[in-house]
Design a protein around this ligand. Structure first.
Ligand code: ZN
Length: 140
């Protein structure tokens, strides 16, 4: 679990950190801006000395939707019209936002789900070996 500050700021590197159960953003040391998904160049000050930084994994629900018509990968996990799930946008304590699965809320009763609900990061490992993939989720 050593730090690898030289990883490129790509989706693949971000996903590799997820597989290590780390939620990572990039921070610009020149102006302190934070980017999630990570960027290599700071659009605010054009700085290019960005560095990976691990986020706390704590945030609040900013927006959400209950999904009743699941894509095939979610159907394989048992989701369906009768067993919907929630996807949402989470605003992290650090001020950046990301979309993710939302756990611990009642997908069948979206009217009861509150924007602003405190959430904590969860890493969902699916598949085995080469097929293994880690999905980002947040739990109420
Ligand atoms: Zn900057």
């Amino acid at each position: 679990m050593s730090d690898q500050p030289n990883r490129p700021f790509t989706a693949a590197a971000f996903n590799r950190y997820l597989a290590e159960h780390k939620l990572m953003a990039s921070r610009c040391p020149a102006c302190d801006a934070l980017y999630l998904p990570p960027r290599a160049i700071c659009p605010r000050c054009q700085g290019d000395a960005l560095a990976w930084t691990e986020l706390s994994g704590h945030g609040r629900l900013a927006a959400f939707t209950s999904i009743f018509v699941a894509p095939s990968g979610m159907i394989a996990e048992g989701y369906s019209r009768d067993n919907p799930y929630v996807a949402g946008v989470v605003e992290l304590d650090e001020g950046v936002k990301i979309s993710a699965r939302i756990l611990g809320v009642d997908a069948r009763n979206p009217a009861a789900i509150q924007v602003g609900t405190p959430l904590s990061v969860e890493f969902l490992d699916r598949g085995e070996g080469e097929q293994k993939k880690t999905f980002l989720a947040f739990k109420a």
